[in-house]
Ligand binder design. Sequence first.
Ligand code: NOJ
Length: 762
Amino acid sequence: MFFRLFALAFALLLCQATPAAAQKRPRPLKANESGSTFRSRFGNPERAADSLLRLMTLEERIGQLNLLTSDLDVTGASLRPQYRRDIEQGRVGAVFNAYGVDFVRKLQETAVKNSRLKIPLLFGYDVIHGHKTIFPMPLAMACSWDIGRIEAAQRIAAVEAASMGLDWTFAPMVDIARDPRWGRVMEGAGEDTYLGSLIAAAQVRGFQGRGIGDVLSVMACAKHYAAYGAAQAGRDYNTVDMSERVLRDVYLPPFKAATDAGAATFMTSFNELDGIPATANRFLLDQVLRKEWGFKGFVVTDYTAIMEMLFHGTAKDSAEAGMQAILAGTDMDMQSAIFIKFLPDLVRQGKVPEAAVNQAARRILIKKFELGLFDDPYRRLSPEREKANVLTPAHRLASREMAARSCVLLKNEREALPLKAGIKRLALIGPLANAAHDMIGGWSAAGEDKHSISLMAGLQNHPALKGVTFQLEKGIDVEKPEPADLPGIRKAVDAAQGADVIVLALGESKDMSAEASSRSNIKLPGSQEDLVAAMRARYPNTPIVAVLFNGRPLDLSDVLGNVDALLEAWYPGTEAGNGVADVLTGAYNPSGKLTMSFPRNLGQVPIFYNQKNTGRPENPKEKYTSKYLDVPNDPLFPFGFGLSYTKFSYGAPQLSATSMGMGDSLRVSVTVTNAGTRLGEEVVQLYVRDLVGSVTRPVKELKGFRKIRLAPGASEMVSFTLRAKDLAFYTAEMQFRAEPGTFRVMTGPNSADVQAAEFTLR
Ligand code: NOJ
């Protein structure tokens, strides 16, 4: 009886609240309404969700589990008529690919005015590295090793997204990636678990800000759970097979870090893992995510992933696929519409317990309450905020600074960079010299190239290059193959005649990476290598600087010898040209370091610094050791590598003790000196090797880093603290703990160039 009354009171409250709110224009947010100070008038979201659930029919509850696309990108701001009817009938809980306050308002009104229970929709979108102000692609941002700035970048992304009506981003992508063929490496933080975990947490903090109740926050979605980055042969969506130990040691920690940082949602991955598609994987969703980690949010599938179980071959039909997904712990169905079609009958037939549906709907409704959508379904829909908060000069400046900090200087000889103050003629050549379109990268979703700055524009407008004459020539396309002697290359080479310096803008076009963009060849596409060679042949004495725009580590072996300087700029975002010009001119001294190894050739892939030693470690003098006949095992550029315009010298690591107990800590200190002539920043790195374990351990693992700034001649002692928990791993018994024994500590400017000391853990 009491229940009924409570439910009725709740229903009345909803009926009163929503039509009134619908008529009102959103009022400006008061300070005490945002962030963690936001208090819903429904009180505890769990209890509110429970009472609402009691009012809902089975279909309405299943409706909450249904996520559909609005087709914004394809058809403009419209919705298929069937979707509109579904919303009105309470058969849709969330919509994605719809943003902009006017459009979102229309959709929200459909739900709030026309559906029986007036439950607001949730609006999600792929806000991966910026919404309108596009930041460098995530792998590029990771190369800044600047956790604070990465968080700040995603805060800006959240402010813009929320100001355009979004509640939820499908980010961060926290997949560890060791295979540059995979097009989605651009979307993650690279190959390292420790760094990837810090970056995962920072992004969640950035997106969710002071709490998802803040009108300027969006819910984060850690994806793609799990092990999607280990697709066989680097081919997108391909099978994944790995030991539980590797899964737990290498691939899961960034997801755990996202959970600990409070990520509101998770997305399942497309791949299978140990024969079970992730979307129906009880081990991942129930055992690890919910039971071990205590995740309280909801899990959405990736796009049509439930339907794809038919192709995986683990479900005979859609109904069975839907049943497997919900029973494994998936809450929301993205775009398969299988839950909404089949769950009602599956429940009625007793194949799926009603409790499973209730639990999923409850998890989703709780987030809607926490977002404040029941207090005011239009609270993120303020035209004033949309106007004021998007593509602001401050956001663009942050993006420009990040673009400069994401660049990695891979080679710099004959002092080719920074560009000399006295240059009079600069030849800017190549397919990406004036390619604003490509600068924002393949996952820029709502980003528009009309706002982005090409390298040409950035250089031409840079104050440091005032008065310089530019000789511009595209020469060739990114991809179109052209023999070296054909006109495009000749034109490009001729155009550089008389230049003091030649800047080549090369790389991949933006659609060559991101989703469904794996490559079986990771060299510069088309005839770009020929262009570089022809340029070098004609101008042996003119400095040649190559600037690379691309989404993955490339095989640069045949480029390296033909250029004096090589700057990896990735896809730098809206402010690409300005940020890269800051680096080329020396207005910013580059400090980026690679977070994925660059192989010597594709045959070395997968290649990563934290490999195992094997029983026959590489020895060039001995035939029967683990190596190639044609190239050494090490990469062309190792993890952690990146040059500066100044030089840093490193002392040997000093340990506070040579042995430590399980409950103790140990300090590792290293003195770093700026031995060059410019102010610069350096990422000081700490690696550890566990020399003997109950299972084999990597030859080194990143355990700490510090980004420092040093004036010429200045030194700083950088200290790291190590505790037993930093040395823990999954032992032979699959227990996560450190084992006693000897550890090698290594410090240095990258993973290959290190000095070592040893200690024992008692
Ligand atoms: C598929 C992608 O794998 C995923 O990352 C993305 O969030 C969804 N599509 C929605 O666009």
